[in-house]
Design a binder for this molecule. Structure first.
Ligand code: CMC
Length: 380
């Protein structure tokens, strides 16, 4: 039988100048810049968004102009927000994002064009922020909102969701999360979106496709699923017995652990952990953090020898909880998407502009050989 690459493991589907991962050493670089250097230097998320869409870091005036383009997206049309608020408040927020993005796909006059692709992508970052803020507020029983201009996307977003001025620490933590989740080469969501845009469908449809793939618990859904697992354990005293009953027995997968590419610690997991350590955790977030650190030790002990370590989703939910986002309705995965929309669109642009071809793989047929069709009335 002809072989297939199950899960497309180790299949290269494009060239990229955007992100590189060394899965053996646990190194992540954005266009050559190491993730730790970007975070330690206190970069603004918008600088890195600019880097992804333009290939170089911006100077001050380039950044100001780029931020204006993002902020132009904050004012999404009401019918886009209605695509969220028409749905029940019990909805999954990533599905609400998909609905709103589909409303943009229905109405924005988008055409692939080198002269305007990046402007659409910048505007989409802003649109996604108002969509995500409204989606989160909707499931929390609040009115829709459009972001207002400030000195950063992180600040505008937190103010919009919570109707109050965020602390500097909260702004810095969300800004870092926006950078950490910004891109990760071609995981399932980016690949799904690339398949869509390879048909020359519009950028919004590509993002809707990417969102659909992100939602599942093996990919972006793990951001919420990991925190849910900590909550299910309930208290640090229960970690060992829960691990024995659920993980040692093979009943469940340890969420926030394992990665197709990393065979060691995901560098983003370490950064999220250090934010959690320094953000001043209290209440439920503190309890979940204590559970997570115990679980991490047991998980690394058991799975480390097989190259299965904490990934970016292991500690991110705890950080989001510390920022005031509740653990419900897939909100944590929606926050992942808010950041990843930059990576998705940057990959789409790179693919369509430089290396476009319809993505159309093959399947190896293993069903019955030719047989005679029997009409329904003659079938027993
Ligand atoms: N817990 C328990 N066993 C695991 C785990 C885990 N988290 N991850 C992998 N394995 C085992 C799996 O059971 C299998 O064992 P066996 O060979 O005995 O059947 C082996 O490792 C290979 O698993 P696989 O699913 O074929 O490997 P993969 O390369 O497709 O795994 C993964 C990648 C992310 C799907 C997997 O590690 C996983 O399910 N992790 C939990 C969900 C998760 O945290 N996802 C987030 C991924 S990273 C960030 C993101 O995309 O959001």
């Amino acid at each position: 039988m002809e072989s297939i690459s199950k899960g497309l493991e180790d299949v290269n589907i494009k060239w990229t100048k955007l992100t590189t991962i060394d899965g053996e050493k646990g190194i992540l670089r954005y266009s050559g810049y190491q993730i730790e250097d970007i975070i330690n230097a206190g970069a603004l998320a918008e600088e890195i968004q600019y880097l992804f869409l333009n290939g170089e870091l911006p100077n001050r005036s380039q950044l100001d102009l780029f931020r204006e383009k993002i902020e132009a997206g904050y004012d999404v049309p009401d019918y886009v927000l209605n695509a969220i608020t028409n749905l029940p408040r019990s909805s999954d927020v990533v599905a609400l994002q998909m609905n709103a993005i589909a409303a943009l796909a229905a109405t924005e006059p988008f055409k692939w064009d080198k002269a305007t692709n990046r402007d659409y992508a910048a505007k989409l970052i802003g649109q996604m922020a108002s969509i995500t803020a409204t989606g989160i507020r909707h499931v929390l029983g609040k009115e829709p909102v459009k972001l207002k201009s400030s000195d950063s996307l992180a600040r505008s977003f937190l103010s919009a969701v919570f109707d109050s001025e965020p602390s500097e620490r909260a702004v810095a933590a969300l800004n870092t999360a926006l950078i950490l989740y910004l891109d990760h080469e071609v995981p399932a969501s980016t690949t799904a979106g690339l398949v869509v845009v390879s048909t020359m469908a519009d950028m919004y449809s590509g993002v809707a496709g990417a969102l659909a793939a992100l939602k599942g618990p093996l990919h972006g859904g793990a951001a919420e699923a990991a925190a849910m697992q900590f909550k299910e354990i309930g208290s640090p005293d229960m970690v060992e017995s829960w691990f024995k009953e659920n993980i040692d027995s093979g009943k469940k997968r340890l969420m926030g652990f394992g990665h197709r590419v990393y065979k060691t610690y995901d560098p983003r997991a370490k950064i999220f952990k250090s934010i959690a350590e320094n953000i001043g955790l209290t209440g439920e977030a503190k309890n979940l953090y204590e559970i997570a650190t115990k679980l991490e030790k047991l998980g690394v002990n058991k799975f480390g020898p097989r190259g299965i370590y904490p990934n970016t989703d292991f500690y991110s939910g705890i950080v989001y909880m510390a920022l005031g986002f509740p653990l419900q309705n897939n909100i944590y995965t929606a926050l992942f998407a808010l950041s990843r929309v930059t990576g998705w669109t940057a990959h789409f642009i790179e693919y369509v502009e430089e290396q476009h071809r319809l993505i159309r793989p093959r399947a190896v047929y293993v069903g019955p050989q030719e047989r005679k069709y029997i009409p329904l009335q003659e079938r027993k």
